[in-house]
Each structure stands twice: as structure tokens, then as C-alpha cells.
Design a protein around this ligand. Sequence first.
Ligand SMILES: C[S@@+](CC[C@H](N)C(=O)[O-])C[C@H]1O[C@@H](n2cnc3c(N)ncnc32)[C@H](O)[C@@H]1O
Length: 354
Amino acid sequence: MAKKSKLSLTDSLKNELEALSTLVGVDKFTDVELSRAIKAMSDAYIGKIGVLTPWNVPGATAAYVTYFHTRNTLRCLAALLRLKESSFFDKIDLGVIHEVGSGTGAFSFALQEFMKSHKVLYKAYFCEEKEASVYDLHQKWSETSGFTIKKSEKNKINDTLIMSYSMNELLENKVSIDFSSYKNIIIVEPSDSKHSKQLIKMRKKLIQEGFFIWGPCTHQEACPFIDLSEKFWCHDRYEFDDLPEKYLKLCKRLGWEPARLGFSYLAASRVKPEIINNEVDIQQGINVRFVGDPLKEKGKIRQYVCMDSKLRTMSVLKRNKLLYKSWSNERGEMKTFKADQLDFLDTEIRLKST
Ligand SMILES: C[S@@+](CC[C@H](N)C(=O)[O-])C[C@H]1O[C@@H](n2cnc3c(N)ncnc32)[C@H](O)[C@@H]1O
């Protein structure tokens, strides 16, 4: 199998993260204090879903910025890059953005970085964050970096809803969000089965309300992954390189993986995507998203794919030497195939030519 690629952090993103660390005074804390606070916050997230982010833990904001903010920014950036593959930003004007549970601003950091190389249309960025000091920090960073955010206003009409790692906190704390009042929705959440399946349920409701799903799904039919065993669920993963030193040091101290970051996401819009698998003739070409890792089996490699409402895998035979050796489909990646490249063997799709 061909080698996997990694996304290197740009100097500008590293500088932005550094600027936020300086604003929050990360240097005033020892590594022991920071890792203790990271562990305490992580315990709250893992153990007691539904409890608010424990901003009151000593050193919480510095710990959040160094660890969780860094990771969430990279996950949001990865989700934006996936959506770019689906031409989301070519077709959709985000208009007035409303982020709920914005925290220290991971999504806005990612958006700013993304916009350095890709065009994104939007008018304004409003944030709703329960913890005032955390919003103030986000606001200060945005002032220094030239990215304007504003506090959200009641009864304001917004076009795009953003949520990053906040859905559980908001929903379980009975914050009601009227999804139907938006034109576009982007949600980024943890990669575990519970969160992924929550997004799939939300997907169904959004489709019923007239939204089109832009990612990760390649179609608008029922999702076949919702009923699968606990061992398999739809989630994405990106690998990063050239990470901030302080972050790497803390991950090492905690014994946690720094570079391979999993996430789930859902992007929906009132705007219709150009290619929807269940509406195009398969002969014209078909979008396939790889939603699992490659499974090496006797004589072939198989990988779960998202294509329509059937639970499908795509495979390549070992005897097809060139294709087998060059097989390099990363979890989360979307590719377009022509019908004459594929053999449909019920739910297994065999790749026969490039
Ligand atoms: C896990 S953090 C995620 C922060 C940020 N979006 C990120 O990706 O790093 C969830 C955030 O939601 C905020 N929050 C919780 N309940 C809220 C509410 N009712 N209204 C606004 N923000 C809320 C918390 O204070 C916290 O900052």
C-alpha cells in the first residue's frame, strides 16, 4: 500500500497559536500544572458528557489553549479541507456566521488559516459563548490577528450555524437550537461512535427539513452506517506534522497521541450539491468517500466506502499488481470514479483500472 500523507502546520498558524498562548499567559504555568489541568478537563469530557467545560479548574484556560484548542483548530481545518474537495466554498456564501459554544475560537482560527489559501465568502462572524472571560480572550486574539468577531445578538438573522465540539454541551444542557432557521450548518465533533451516530441522526432530520448534505456523505439517502455494530462507525482522521513544541511536550508527558487526530463532521446546506450519487447516472462518474481503514484480506484489500444507502466496500485484487501496490485511500478522503473502472459485485465494488 502507498504511504500516507501528513499536513504540516504553516508558520502563520503556529504564530497565531503562539499569540493566543501569550495572551493567556501559558508561560506562567509549569508543565506539571498544565498537564494536571488538561487531565482534569479531559476527565470531565470523557466521564460526564453533559457537564460544561470546567473553566474553573486551576490553569484551565492555559491548558485548553495549549492542548484542546490546538487539536480542535486542526480538526476544524481538516473538516474545511474535506469540504473544499466537495466544492462547498465555491457554491456557498456563508453570509452571517453564528458560532455557538465558540470557546477560545478553534473554528475561527481554522477558518482564518484556510482563507489564507482558499476563497470563502462570508459577511460577519458572531459568537455565542457562555464563559465571558473565554469570549474576551477570543475577541482579543481576533483583534491582534485581524480577524473580526462579534458577540452574538438576540433575534438576529443568521445564515450559517457553526458548532465545534460543543453539540453535547449545548444539547444536554437543553439549549434549544432552531436548525431550520439556518441556510448552512457545519458541525465538528469527536470521532467516537456516540458522537458520529448523533450526527447521523441529525443528518436524517436535516434532510427531512429540506437540507442537502455536503459532507461527509456523498448521497442524500439513508445512512447505512447508523445500524452497524459498535466496532465500526463513520469518522474521519487527519495526520499533522510540524506541531507546536509545547503541545508536543505536553502530549508526551500525558502519553497521548499528538499527530493523528480523529473527528466527525456534518455539513448541510439549502444549496444543492452538483453531484449527488443517488441522482446521477452511475455511468457518468460516482463520488466515493473512504470511511474505513484498508482491510488486508486473502488476495485483496477492502475498504468501507460511502456511496449510497447500501453498506459497501471497495476492493482491489492482489493479482492486479499495479493497482494493489498503489492503493492509497485515506480514511475520510473522497474520490470520483467512472463506472467503467468498477465492477459491482453486489455490495463489494471492485476497482479494475485507474
Ligand atoms: C468543549 S468547548 C468547545 C469550544 C470550541 N468550540 C472548540 O472547538 O474548542 C464547549 C464550549 O461551549 C460553551 N458553552 C456551553 N454551554 C453554552 C451555552 N449555553 N451557550 C454558549 N456557550 C456554551 C462552553 O463554555 C465551552 O466553551
